[in-house]
Design a protein around this ligand. Structure first.
Ligand SMILES: [Mg+2]
Length: 250
């Protein structure tokens, strides 16, 4: 079971920590058009839970792009994407659409104060994309390290990378329920299940609590407004889980 006083808490970014009002989608559209000359079925495409490279492959493959062809141009694509993202984050800010989700700042402060707790990222964003999104809402400088879409297109490969980086940074081999993975999609829950981590799902993205529960989340929260409850859910395995999920008594 390991030492549950120590925790590695891995946060997803979009829909979990912040909302960018479509900045990422618009940046993808611009960069795809500039580099590949086409955007694929981007209108109906669900970005949630996907890694950034997976988004590119999914969108272009539908129009007959081969993986090799796409891969060859990714070194040109990512700088374009990041440049467009920086601009689109500013557009969202001007519109008032850029925001940290309710309770997130307080939750992160609470976690950062706990001895033995390491905060890091597990996100499908490429590293530079994650960094700019967090910077845009002043959440930069909080996370010690991360595993990113730039490390693997396959999201369920990211937890192992996060554990390696945690060991490199801290000398601690976090394992099992010492690790909590916090996210807003069934894909985040799948990452937790892949390494036997505590899967904490929050229904602030596109997915409803019921779906997250069905995906096998250990804990499902409507949001992080009840910060104390969210802290308990993430840090303590000792909560009586009479059901697979629970709601705070208010
Ligand atoms: Mg997300």
């Amino acid at each position: 079971m390991g030492n549950l006083d120590r925790r590695l808490v891995l946060f997803d970014v979009d829909g979990t920590l912040l909302a960018t009002d479509g900045s990422g989608r618009r940046a993808f559209e611009r960069a795809l058009r500039a580099v590949f000359g086409r955007v694929g079925p981007i209108e109906g495409y669900d970005f949630h839970g996907k890694t950034d490279p997976q988004i590119v492959y999914d969108l272009l493959a539908e129009e007959g792009g081969t993986a090799d062809e796409i891969r060859a141009r990714l070194p040109e694509f990512w700088p374009r994407y990041v440049a467009a993202l920086i601009e689109e984050l500013e557009v969202s800010r001007t519109r008032g659409g850029l925001r940290v989700l309710a309770g997130v700042r307080e939750l992160l402060e609470g976690l950062a104060r706990r001895p033995g707790t390491v905060l890091a990222l597990l996100t499908g964003n490429v590293e530079a994309g994650a960094r700019w999104k967090l910077k845009a809402v002043a959440l930069d400088g909080i996370f010690a390290f991360g595993a990113y879409g730039s490390d693997s297109a396959v999201r369920t490969e990211l937890p192992a990378i996060a554990l390696q980086r945690a060991y490199a940074r801290t000398g601690i081999r976090f394992a099992g329920r010492e690790v909590a993975i916090v996210g807003d999609t069934p894909d985040d829950v799948a990452c937790a299940r892949a390494i036997g981590a505590l899967g904490v799902a929050v229904a602030t993205g596109r997915h409803r609590a019921g779906e997250l529960r069905e995906a096998g989340a250990d804990v499902v929260l409507d949001d992080f407004r009840d910060v104390e409850w969210a802290l308990r859910a993430i840090c303590r395995d000792g909560i009586p889980f009479s059901e697979r999920s629970f709601r705070p008594e208010r």
